[in-house]
Design a binder for this molecule. Structure first.
Ligand code: DON
Length: 304
């Protein structure tokens, strides 16, 4: 007999189809992505993985790295030290908005680029190289395999990162970043260029769903108190200026990336990852959002 979860996932994918949108235009390597690629994976907290589509096709993690880097900053520095540098308030603005508090210079939250660049600087290490190596190793523990950088994405993004460069220098001017802002910018771009597949992302999300324990390796990667903190910020800020719509329609902590992935976390149950490169105007995968809305309704995922 076929597994009912697998059958259900195949059915909603077959019924879903195109949801419109455009691939990310501002990073040349992403603009060249095949817009029709698709994958959906669901990983349970006991390590079972369900897959539909091209679940082993690799792409860059982009902003889906942000909750994990933030988690590492919290793990390395503690909640209070991190809070002095980056707030936890939804910004209601686009992910790349040049958005900081006029009084303190603190970015609104660690999911928008300004806050994520700040979080990268809070990873323990004496240089961008050391901090990136530590972050890569950290993501790998969530995925349960050794992840690597995609050099072509990294080069492509570095050459066109004018806006993030401006943000990094502004954060330096406010004293939120110490040292050379170019070094942190480079680290952040490398972090966004880590290659993952949809299965990796489902397992990374499942680790958060499982109180910080990787379902397959059994390793406690993140402390439960920090898991709660990270999931709270994903709930309120993970989908940027669509966060309100997301929480009402889907109702689970989530994070999107401009490569076309979205991760969602149902605490105590599953990690979900979907990949479809066409984005809506908020920079979130259009087909991914539609599918997660459908799954939330059918499977009663909504936490509120
Ligand atoms: O910094 C950037 O603009 C990209 N590396 C990441 C942005 C991103 O993934 C926004 N998400 N939907």
């Amino acid at each position: 007999m076929r597994n009912p979860v697998q059958e259900y996932l195949e059915q909603i994918v077959a019924q879903g189809g195109d949801a419109g949108g455009e691939v990310a235009p501002y990073i040349p390597e992403l603009a060249a992505a095949d817009p029709d690629r698709f994958a959906l994976c669901l990983a349970t907290v006991d390590g079972q993985v369900y897959e539909v589509g091209e679940s082993e096709h690799r792409y860059s993690i982009q902003s889906m790295s942000k909750p994990f880097t933030y988690a590492l900053g919290l793990h390395d520095q503690g909640i209070e030290a991190v809070a002095r540098k980056v707030d936890v308030e939804p910004s209601g603005e686009a992910f790349n908005e040049i958005s900081v508090s006029p009084d303190t210079g603190r970015p609104k939250n660690p999911m928008i680029n300004a806050g994520a660049i700040t979080a990268s600087s809070l990873v323990a290490g004496d240089s961008g190289d050391e901090r990136f190596a530590r972050a890569l190793e950290w993501y790998s523990r969530f995925a349960g395999r050794e992840l690597e950088l995609d050099p072509s994405i990294y080069t492509s993004e570095l050459e066109t990162a004018h806006r993030n460069r401006a943000i990094a220098h502004m954060l330096r001017e406010f004293g939120i970043l110490d040292g050379d802002p170019e070094e942190v910018l480079d680290q952040y771009i490398r972090q966004c260029s880590v290659a993952v597949d949809t299965r990796d992302l489902a397992l990374m999300a499942a680790t958060l769903a499982n109180g910080g324990v990787q379902p397959r390796t059994g390793e406690q990667v993140l402390e439960p108190a920090l898991v709660e903190h990270v999931l709270s910020v994903m709930t309120t800020c993970g989908m940027y200026d669509a966060a309100g719509d997301w929480v009402t329609a889907v109702g689970i902590p989530a994070k999107s990336g401009v490569s076309g992935g979205i991760i969602g976390v149902l605490p105590g149950q599953v990690g979900i990852a979907v990949f479809s490169p066409r984005l809506d105007p908020h920079g979130n995968s259009a087909r991914g959002v539609a599918l997660l809305e459908r799954m939330s309704t059918d499977m009663e995922l909504h936490l509120m």
